[in-house]
Design a protein around this ligand. Structure first.
Ligand SMILES: N[C@@H](CCC(=O)N[C@@H](CS)C(=O)NCC(=O)O)C(=O)O
Length: 89
C-alpha cells in the first residue's frame, strides 16, 4: 500500500450490526475509510442504491469505485486475498 492512495467508501446507518462488522474488519486491517451515514438521509440512500446496482441494504462498500457489496462480501474478499489485491492495484 506504500505510496498508493486507496479510496474505501462505506455507506452505513446507526444500529446496523453488519455495518459495524464491516468497519471493524477495515479497522483491524488498518484500512482507512470514508463513511457515509445514511441514518437520516433518504436521498443518500437512493444515491447508494443507484451506485450499488439496486442494492438497498447497508452496508454497501466501494473500493476505488469498485462495488464490493456488504459485510459478507467484504469478509469473503478479505479471506481469499482479493482485498489486498484491490488495495494494491
Ligand atoms: N448480507 C448483508 C446483510 C446486510 C443487512 O441485512 N443490513 C440490514 C441493516 S443491519 C439492512 O440494511 N436491512 C434493510 C434492507 O435489507 O433493506 C451484509 O453482510 O452486509
Amino acid at each position: 500500500m506504500m505510496g498508493k492512495q486507496n479510496l474505501v467508501e462505506i455507506y452505513t446507518t446507526d444500529w446496523c450490526g453488519f455495518c459495524n462488522r464491516a468497519m471493524n474488519l477495515l479497522k483491524s486491517h488498518n484500512i482507512k475509510y470514508t463513511q457515509y451515514d445514511l441514518t437520516l438521509n433518504r436521498e443518500g440512500r437512493k444515491a447508494m442504491s443507484l451506485r450499488a446496482g439496486g442494492k438497498t441494504s447497508v452496508p454497501q462498500i466501494f473500493i476505488n469505485d469498485i462495488h464490493i457489496g456488504g459485510s459478507d462480501e467484504l469478509i469473503k474478499i478479505a479471506l481469499n486475498g482479493s482485498l489486498n489485491n484491490l488495495l494494491n492495484s
